[in-house]
Design a protein around this ligand. Structure first.
Ligand code: GLN
Length: 215
């Protein structure tokens, strides 16, 4: 639990787990896959990977992870959701499957498959607030991705699509220690979004150590 090298899990039920583990390691974390409830106890933060949100939703119930995970999120576990992971973090989903549920926590409404159903549905270099400085951009790859249709008052918009038919749509948000992107930074070999998340986890841990010392 060293706050310099926090332990960050990747929910490993389905999706591009390996890529997230690599990006987190490169971003400064000790990265571990999480499949069981007890593995959840050991992490300081968690990534919900891209994949298929309906499948991950079903597997969360099968592996009896849904309720423990909801509880940890309610207690303030930092979580980063990418694509399907963003859907899982959203309080509300449009165009979801009939019995689809989310973990929730983020006061956003997402539209599933908003960019269309092609394998790569959109690609663009985007500035992401807090992640890129001084005119820098992140290669944002959208794969059957959701966008954020509505964001609550306490949600900070970090990025919007810059051009094309989806111009202006919200694709990266943060609320407290919950972070979500519609795109997949883990597949481009760019660790800046993961580095940003690992730093958020570090700050959370430092805050907690500070509180513990004061008690
Ligand atoms: N369309 C997928 C879903 O609904 C998300 C796609 C992705 O994560 N690349 O879960």
């Amino acid at each position: 639990m060293s706050s310099e090298t926090p332990t960050v899990g990747v929910l490993a039920l389905q999706g591009d787990v390996r890529e997230h583990l690599a990006a987190l390691t490169s971003g400064g974390a000790r990265a571990v896959p999480v499949r069981r409830e007890r593995e959840l106890d050991d992490v300081d933060g968690l990534v919900l990977p891209g994949g298929e949100s309906t499948t991950i939703d079903r597997l969360l119930r099968t592996f009896e992870l849904r309720e423990p995970l909801r509880e940890r999120i309610a207690q303030g576990l930092p979580v980063y959701g990418s694509c399907a992971g963003m859907i899982l973090l959203a309080d509300r989903v449009l165009d979801g499957a009939p019995d689809q549920r989310t973990l929730g926590g983020l006061d956003i409404t997402v539209r599933r498959n908003a960019f269309g159903r092609q394998v790569v549905s959109w690609e663009e270099d985007l500035p992401v607030e807090g992640v890129t400085g001084d005119g820098a951009r992140v290669r944002a790859v959208f794969i059957r991705a959701p966008w954020v249709e509505e964001a609550g008052e306490d949600v900070r918009v970090l990025a919007r699509v810059g051009s094309g038919p989806a111009a202006g749509r919200i694709v990266a948000v943060r609320s407290g220690d919950l972070l979500a992107t519609s795109f997949h930074p883990e597949i481009t070999g760019d660790d800046r979004v993961h580095r940003y998340f690992v730093e958020l986890v570090r700050q959370r841990l430092r805050g907690r150590e500070h509180e513990e010392r004061r008690v």
